[in-house]
Design a protein around this ligand. Structure first.
Ligand code: AP5
Ligand code: MG
Length: 217
């Protein structure tokens, strides 16, 4: 069973790897960032609550985020595995996820952390374009879609994220170092944690992670 967490700083390549992994291993892709952006687009109460926080690069409160994830993990399509992208992001979220997993009989059994130096993260984020429909990521110089402005995966128009500006990125990175990075130790103690070098190219990284997933299937 593959009940996976994908973690790493903003721009590490979580979304890029997640879309490839879920296509190959047939898992639901649960990206809390994508879920919030979908709610913002649809003007839901959750979206209205999260909009200003996300655009400024802050973290949505734990209670709100955990309730959203619990609801998503309860669905039938998560019974045979799932891939969480961008959750948990704080120690309280990691603790809550343990409880949710216990309750639903869907405990996380593999944590994949991607590390990339800060200068490279800035370069990636400043040129990123994303697909608002399927969550695929592109880069204006290094990962162009086959047809300019159009997502290879689902044919939608790709856009720049509102929080992909220098100011919000700085806040996201600070939150990452302060709140998210400590989660690595939480999982290292449990013995199901693996760290990957995120600078080896998206194809090479995918091969390395896929190899690990094959062993865990
Ligand atoms: P979220 O959407 O999760 O954003 P993030 O964590 O900041 O991460 P990114 O999506 O920016 O980066 P990524 O690692 O997916 O990189 P990507 O693959 O796109 O969250 C957004 C916001 O929502 C948060 O700031 C917060 O406000 C809120 N939120 C979400 N979850 C929350 C939670 N649990 N609790 C509270 N609040 C929450 O790649 C980046 C770029 O690099 C692309 O251009 C790509 O083409 C390129 N690239 C990717 N891989 C490579 C590679 N190997 N080599 C070269 N270039 C590459
Ligand atoms: Mg992402």
């Amino acid at each position: 069973m593959l009940n996976i967490i994908l973690m790493g700083p903003p721009g590490a390549g979580k979304g890029t790897q997640a879309t490839r992994l879920v296509d190959s291993f047939h898992l639901p892709h649960i990206s809390t960032g994508d879920m919030f952006r979908e709610n913002i687009k649809n003007g839901t109460p959750l979206g209205l609550q999260a909009k200003a926080i996300i655009e400024a690069g802050g973290l949505v409160p734990d209670e709100v985020t955990c309730a959203m994830v619990k609801d998503r993990l309860s669905r039938e399509d998560c019974a045979n595995g799932f891939l969480l992208d961008g959750f948990p992001r704080t120690i309280p979220q990691a603790e809550e996820l343990e409880k949710i997993g216990e309750e639903l009989g869907r405990k996380v059994n593999l944590v994949i952390d991607i590390t990339v130096p800060e200068e490279e993260l800035i370069r990636r984020i400043s040129g990123r374009r994303v697909c608002p429909k399927c969550g695929a990521s592109y880069h204006i110089d290094t990962m162009k879609p086959q047809k300019e402005g159009i997502c290879d995966r689902c044919g939608s128009e790709i856009v720049q994220r509102k929080d992909d500006n220098a100011e919000s990125f700085r806040v996201r990175l600070e939150n990452y170092y302060e709140s998210t990075q400590p989660i690595a130790d939480f999982y290292k103690e449990k013995g199901n944690y693996r760290l990957f070098d995120g600078t080896i190219g998206a194809d090479n990284l995918f091969r390395e992670i896929a190899k690990l997933l094959e062993e865990h299937k």
